[in-house]
Design a protein around this ligand. Structure first.
Ligand SMILES: NC(=O)c1ccc[n+]([C@@H]2O[C@H](COP(=O)([O-])OP(=O)(O)OC[C@H]3O[C@@H](n4cnc5c(N)ncnc54)[C@H](O)[C@@H]3O)[C@@H](O)[C@H]2O)c1
Length: 294
């Protein structure tokens, strides 16, 4: 089995910097690429801050932090980022045309042996693999936010992904301390297939006046032992993102059971996107979140 030593991470955003962090912590040489120096600087600052939090908790030493940061190089040039990579992990925005364009470029620039992995939440692995000349080496590697904390990686097999590619990615995931599940490509993979309909159902319940926002959250949090209620979680995820996934599911499955409640669509149209717009199922403009009434 090929040994992975050098990893290129495309995107230094929320997910990209987390992926670069855990890869460098596991000993890989990492190049983290973004399109503007300011995004690279911001990503590096986040990694440093998160690592330093570990020092305060006694989980890691100052020397280790210096060594980990020393293994991450911020890069602007795509060729420089991928031309000696054994593994390229892509975490750029969830836009189909952007991902297809990037993968075509990366395929031409990366060494022939390199494995190409996308952290997409919904876009078809097979569709992205098809724009490259190595669909057998193309795979989904779906991390969860925040990456250094969340233990799971969903590994997604596209139509042409080879078993060897799966094995290598399972091995890398294990080295970075993650537990893996193998999923055959399907919309929402395994986690979002279950989570998204559950979150939508919570919104239907609010729309029908089953309970208040705070009682619905309290019921699920305490009754199902979730770390937070579904409406609080939706505000974190972003209501626009949830709506996007719901519409995508309806489109792909041709099944109305995944449809979004009118209330969710109305909130998104009003610009109520959750925490990022300070307004969603809760109002975040004050000191503490205040539940809205519907
Ligand atoms: N946010 C989540 O909870 C979550 C969880 C799992 C998977 N994902 C997926 O991860 C991917 C990234 O999401 P995110 O939340 O990190 O987004 P983000 O907006 O925080 O980060 C994306 C970064 O990619 C950069 N970028 C844009 N074009 C680029 C290019 N050509 N090359 C390199 N970088 C480029 C942007 O400047 C930005 O810094 C998406 O596919 C998303 O669906 C997100």
């Amino acid at each position: 089995m090929m040994e992975i030593k050098k990893v290129a991470v495309l995107g230094a955003g929320l997910m990209g910097n987390g992926i670069a962090h855990v890869c460098a912590q596991a000993g890989y040489q990492v190049k983290m690429r973004d399109i503007d120096q300011k995004f690279i600087d911001k990503g590096m600052a986040t990694i440093k801050k998160n690592l330093e939090r570990g020092i305060a908790k006694g989980k890691i030493t100052q020397e280790e932090v210096v060594a980990i940061l020393g293994r991450i190089q911020g890069v602007l040039d795509l060729k420089k980022a991928v031309d000696d990579a054994d593994l390229v992990i892509e975490a750029v925005p969830e836009i189909v045309s952007l991902k297809l364009e990037i993968w075509k470029e990366v395929d031409a620039l990366a060494p022939k042996h390199a494995i190409l992995a996308s952290n997409t939440s919904s876009i078809s692995i097979t569709q992205m693999a098809a724009v490259t000349e190595r669909p057998d080496k193309f795979i989904g590697m779906h991390f969860f936010n925040p990456v250094p904390v969340m233990n799971l990686v969903e590994i997604i097999k596209g139509q042409a992904t080879e078993d060897d590619t799966v094995k290598i990615i399972e091995d890398v995931s294990k080295k970075i301390g993650k537990v893996t599940v193998l999923v055959n490509e399907a919309p929402g993979f395994a986690v979002n297939r279950l989570l998204v309909p559950a979150l939508l159902e919570a919104v239907f319940a609010i729309q029908e006046g089953v309970a208040t926002v705070e009682d619905m959250d309290k019921a699920i949090q305490l009754g199902l032992n979730w770390p937070m209620g579904p409406l609080t979680l939706l505000d974190f995820v972003g209501l626009d993102t949830a709506l996007h996934i719901s519409d995508y599911f309806v489109e792909e499955f041709k099944d109305s059971k995944y449809r979004a409640p009118t209330l969710l669509r109305k909130m998104v149209r009003a610009g109520w996107l959750g925490r990022k717009s300070s307004m969603g199922f809760y109002d975040y403009s004050g000191e503490t979140p205040k539940p809205n009434r519907f």
